[in-house]
Design a protein around this ligand. Sequence first.
Ligand SMILES: C[S@@+](CC[C@H](N)C(=O)[O-])C[C@H]1O[C@@H](n2cnc3c(N)ncnc32)[C@H](O)[C@@H]1O
Length: 365
Amino acid sequence: MVKRTKRKQHSLPNTSAEGPSRLQILLRSSAFVLYALVSIAALGAAVWSQYYLRTTSSSQNISTSPLWEIVDIPGKGKGMVARRNITQGTLLLRETPLFLVPPTVRQSPEQLIIALVSQLPLEKQQVFDALSHHARPDAVGDALPLAKFETNSMNAGESVGIFPTIARINHGCSSAFNAAYSWREDTKETVVYAFKPIFQGEEILISYTDTKKSRDNRRAYLKQSYNFDCTCSVCSLSPELSKASDARLERMAALREKLATWANKSIGGQEATSVINEIWRLGDEEQYLSERGALAYDAAQVAAAHWDRVAAQAWAELAHKWFAIELGVNSVQAKAALRIAQNPRSHRDWGSRYKMEVERPIAGL
Ligand SMILES: C[S@@+](CC[C@H](N)C(=O)[O-])C[C@H]1O[C@@H](n2cnc3c(N)ncnc32)[C@H](O)[C@@H]1O
């Protein structure tokens, strides 16, 4: 759930000019007791959930939570399934890596992974050993650790690492993936947020690659890199619906390329924000809701560069909303967007281009 600032609850309004009656005092004290109890319960729940999420990640081999469980998924090995309905913007999991690969290495990849695993405590080695190696099913002996690494590693800032619970999450393309992971440099952990509502029993899916490509292109990449034929809901569409989805995704990718040309001044701010609105509209149609924070943040940058304070504020507010949903309200991205929303002129690109009014977001908050 997106964390919102809790409104402070006030006691009952004083309607008497002479001060509160005994009944009002009683009601106020009951309201206070109730408020205190609710606050304690809320605090307890927050502490418990943080503790639980931490426990889940720190003990590494506990792969369940009140929100999800790891189960066998026909045709996919293991996967993560929602144990109850999950609202958009819920933190599903935070996890520290078993290990990260250092930026520069001298050994062969095979020896490097063997060395990194052997430095782990025994129970963590066992967690690593239990991971699948579907991407390289024929690997044996010394090749096996690298095969597991290739199947399960994920980006962690500038590095790549193994997060054994997140590694159980399968892939979905375009509108099929409903969760996103991001690395937190400050806490050195990866967080996973549900950026769409997820229903009880539904599989939780992330995306292993940029899926704004045609079905054939996506499937070829996934086959080559991960050795599976993607059967997600988008890859399983009828030929007619698949064609329409491909057209939207390819158009979104082409529009993003066009948007990038604003940087070298090939297009102006009005056109750039119009492109962003068009990507947003296609995203609604496709139900591709990922990356919206970054898209709106780009628009805020364009608006700020062109001196358009009102548009910059509107786009930054939208960026804040979507960063909070996909990356967490306490992510650096959400905080940066909030700062721009509060003071658009503080954007480092403020006024760096000619003055013009750019498009406001078509999307509401
Ligand atoms: C990071 S692992 C995911 C967890 C894995 N299913 C397991 O059993 O541990 C990646 C592997 O999961 C399988 N996988 C992931 N997404 C899939 C999908 N959409 N369809 C079929 N297999 C998938 C593939 O075998 C892939 O190589």
